[in-house]
Design a protein around this ligand. Structure first.
Ligand SMILES: NC(=O)c1ccc[n+]([C@@H]2O[C@H](COP(=O)([O-])OP(=O)(O)OC[C@H]3O[C@@H](n4cnc5c(N)ncnc54)[C@H](OP(=O)(O)O)[C@@H]3O)[C@@H](O)[C@H]2O)c1
Length: 282
């Protein structure tokens, strides 16, 4: 397990009696997760790190996972002291998941927010010719992995997830909404993640809310091949004129996981700069 190193604690934002920011200048973020614990899978970089940073900036203690211990430790070290821990392992490994949930229960005795972010796409090409072993791996990690993380959070007695009105946000994709050339089977897996979201939301209410985000291209290592060397050209197909950032997705996840979304469940929020509506695909 990796802990954040000693550093200055995050200063509490200055708020007035009606919670309006007092200071002028940059907007002070809300603190919607004070005292809460959030687990984000696949969070050493990219969208997962952006999500963890946003939740922590709003008061959460964050638990990060990833396969590579070194880069996970670096990510944890970028957080203020005592606000982040990292546990390395493969998302689709049952022993890793058990280790994470046991560690969270032992250390914090609670879990409030679960963000299932890990998703893979090791293949590119027409779905008709997809290698079935690779397809099985995609389903294992993207779909069954997502389900298994939810099962672990809900069933682990040391986390009190249901009692705390736990919130789950999964990272799906616009590729699960509209067929995307070259990444068709990945899209099939993300369509399953989106439907899993709706199915679990119906089963787990009224205590637990379950939602997902479906991003278009977000500037990360995972998606680099989709825009490298031609970002302006790709961005021009988006009504908002730019690609997404991990911060964009972090803000959307924080909304769905917060009390501001207290009457919202079973939703897949498209975060795509308007791409799908304009007739585009990832
Ligand atoms: N970027 C986009 O355009 C985009 C769009 C729509 C949806 N998404 C979805 O967003 C999610 C995150 O993607 P990203 O773009 O942020 O990817 P990324 O930049 O490649 O980051 C992936 C993170 O997950 C970890 N990871 C990868 N495979 C893992 C595994 N099997 N077990 C545990 N950790 C694992 C990586 O660390 P290690 O390599 O050390 O394990 C890293 O921390 C995925 O579900 C993806 O499908 C991305």
């Amino acid at each position: 397990m990796t802990d954040a190193p000693p550093s200055e604690p995050t200063p509490a934002p200055t708020v007035g009696p009606d919670s309006a920011p007092i200071a002028s200048g940059a907007a002070v973020p809300p603190r919607r997760f004070d005292g809460q614990v959030a687990l984000v899978t696949g969070a050493s970089r990219g969208i997962g790190l952006g999500v963890a940073q946003r939740l922590q900036s709003e008061g959460a203690t964050v638990v990060l996972t990833a396969r590579t211990p070194e880069s996970l430790a670096e990510a944890v070290a970028s957080f203020p002291e005592g606000t982040a821990i990292g546990i390395a392992g493969k998302s689709d490994d049952p022993a890793h998941r058990a280790e994470v949930f046991d560690a969270v229960a032992a250390r914090f005795g609670r879990l409030d927010v679960l963000v299932t972010n890990v998703g893979i796409n090791p293949i590119y090409g027409p779905t008709i010719d997809v290698d079935l072993d690779a397809a099985r791996k995609i389903l294992d990690v993207n779909v069954l992995g997502t389900l298994a993380w939810v099962q672990g959070a809900v069933h682990h007695e040391g986390l009190g997830f249901r009692e705390r009105r736990g919130r789950i946000v999964s990272i799906s994709s616009v590729a699960g909404e509209m067929p995307s050339p070259g990444i068709g089977f990945y899209g099939v897996s993300k369509a399953a993640v989106s439907h899993l979201t709706r199915t679990l939301a119906v089963e787990l209410g009224p205590d637990i809310r379950v939602n997902a985000i479906a991003p278009a291209v977000v500037k990360t290592q995972f998606a680099r091949a989709l825009y490298d060397g031609r970002e302006a050209e790709v961005a021009a197909t988006y009504p908002l004129g730019r690609l997404g950032t991990p911060e964009d997705i972090g803000a959307a996840v924080a909304y769905l996981a917060s009390a501001d979304a207290d009457w919202i469940t079973a939703q897949v929020l498209t975060a795509d700069g308007g791409l799908l509506t304009a007739g585009g695909s990832a």
